[in-house]
Design a protein around this ligand. Structure first.
Ligand SMILES: C[S@@+](CC[C@H](N)C(=O)[O-])C[C@H]1O[C@@H](n2cnc3c(N)ncnc32)[C@H](O)[C@@H]1O
Length: 271
């Protein structure tokens, strides 16, 4: 897990984001979730997907939701912003959590959105405390999927629902590396959708919805080309989270999707 932690540990992340916002001419006292979207929604189809997940989850303002593998907290904040619910985000990366907390203060959302650095496999919460959970594209880095999902199940109240939006594998292997979650195969733990479905049900979750979103992922990456020369990168972007080879990683996403080596699902499950 150490190499996964260091992969998601860029230096000076918050200051780099602030510098990017300044270079774009943004007034820091008037920053909105949309201003941060290019850098804080680190998953396929960004805020468009987050808004779909918010609809699917149907969480209400009285609820306290756990976001597992929250990154720098873009979808954590958007969930709270759009529904009014309290959200606690956890992530393995101390640098991401520090940035998540400071971006949340910048948006003045710290009353309803909290963060904690820890592993999703060892949650520092009591049993049956959360009204809901969501997890957006973390499973790719988690080898012990049973342990992770058992932890998620444990902290949910009976009858609570969870939404997951996850990259899965297929029968076609190996992947083209690097990809956005892994520099090489040692960090990649994809399993086919059917196997992921089986782990969910073996933990005790009842599957309410299981939607294959692979075609939308294919459309999202269809125009990615093999990068040549020194990459031209935007002021604010996901390269700040995972390095300047971001365009190569995006191009490999296209190749993996075109060759049907990876798939994408969203699911709503119930404890
Ligand atoms: C692709 S990013 C997604 C981040 C966020 N959910 C989003 O959509 O913006 C994957 C995240 O999972 C986190 N992660 C990986 N393994 C983890 C674990 N065992 N426990 C907690 N977080 C983990 C990484 O640190 C990273 O922030």
């Amino acid at each position: 897990m150490k190499h996964i932690h260091s992969y998601y540990s860029p230096n000076n992340l918050y200051n780099n984001i602030v510098e990017g916002l300044n270079n774009l001419g943004k007034d820091l006292s008037k920053i909105t979730p949309d201003d941060l979207q290019p850098v804080d929604e680190f998953h396929i189809r960004g805020d468009t997907a987050t808004k779909e997940l918010i609809k699917l989850a149907n969480f209400t303002p009285d609820m306290h939701i756990l976001d597992l593998g929250c990154g720098v907290g873009g979808s954590t904040r958007r969930l709270s912003h759009e529904t009014g619910c309290h959200v606690t985000g956890i992530d393995l990366s101390d640098e991401y959590i520090d940035t998540a907390e400071r971006l949340t203060q910048l948006l003045n959302m710290q009353g309803r959105v909290k963060f904690q650095a820890c592993s999703a496999l060892d949650l520092p919460f009591d049993d049956n405390v959360f009204d809901g959970a969501w997890s957006i594209q973390m499973n790719m880095n988690v080898e012990d999927k049973l342990g992770w999902l058992k932890e998620m199940y444990r902290v949910l109240k009976p009858g609570a629902r969870a939404v997951l939006y996850e990259v899965c594998g297929t029968k076609n292997t190996p992947l083209y590396f690097p990809v956005p979650w892994a520099q090489d195969s040692s960090m990649n733990f994809l399993i086919p959708q059917e196997a992921f479905h089986d782990v969910m049900t073996s933990v005790g979750f009842k599957i309410e919805e299981w939607n294959d979103k692979t075609d939308l992922a294919q459309n999202a990456f269809a125009r990615m080309k093999e990068p040549k020369g020194v990459p031209v990168l935007p002021e604010l972007g996901l390269h700040m989270l995972i390095g300047n080879d971001f365009k190569t990683k995006s191009y490999n996403m296209r190749r993996n999707l075109d060759d049907e080596r990876i798939s994408l699902i969203e699911t709503l499950v119930m404890k």
